[in-house]
Design a protein around this ligand. Structure first.
Ligand code: CMP
Length: 138
């Protein structure tokens, strides 16, 4: 069924000028962009967005990384969007990411891994609503 996922192009990839390259890979793979903006997470935003990882040893590093500069937030629509987008982005650690994936091409490390993709339909809806008002979603 056609459904939606949420993505962010993370600060590392924005800093390196990869917004265009990553959006091209996304649209070439058949995803339709239904919401899009350049924005920046505050420390409090990043803490809230990643609250599920609060007990992890990398939480502090993750929050400071994700709030250090602009990100691109987007909602994407496609048949089987959540699963197919996670396939397109590749493994969390770029050294495990398959050839042809966004992280293989653009990620630096397990922390600075260029893109986010929602892990379930439920989280896609929560994360999309965190960033976009209803009138910003098409
Ligand atoms: P993502 O899967 O989008 O969301 C959780 C993020 O935590 C993950 O991307 C990485 O950016 C980060 N992360 C996961 N594991 C580690 C780790 N071992 N060290 C640092 N950051 C990590």
């Amino acid at each position: 069924a056609t459904n939606r996922t949420f993505t962010m192009i993370k600060p590392d990839a924005v800093e390196k000028g990869h917004i265009g390259g990553i959006l091209s890979m996304i649209t070439e793979a058949g995803f339709r962009i239904v919401a899009l903006k350049l924005t920046q997470l505050t420390v409090a935003d990043a803490e809230a967005f990643y609250a599920v990882h609060k007990e992890r040893p990398f939480y502090g590093e993750l929050v400071s990384f994700m709030s250090r500069g602009p990100i691109v937030a987007a909602i994407l629509e496609k048949d089987n969007a959540v699963e197919d987008f996670r396939t397109l982005i590749g493994a969390t650690n770029p050294s495990d990411a398959a050839e042809g994936t966004i992280r293989k091409k653009y990620a630096t490390s397990v922390g600075e891994n260029a893109v986010h993709g929602s892990d379930s339909d439920e989280n896609a809806a929560i994360e999309g609503a965190f960033h976009f008002a209803g009138r910003e979603q098409f």
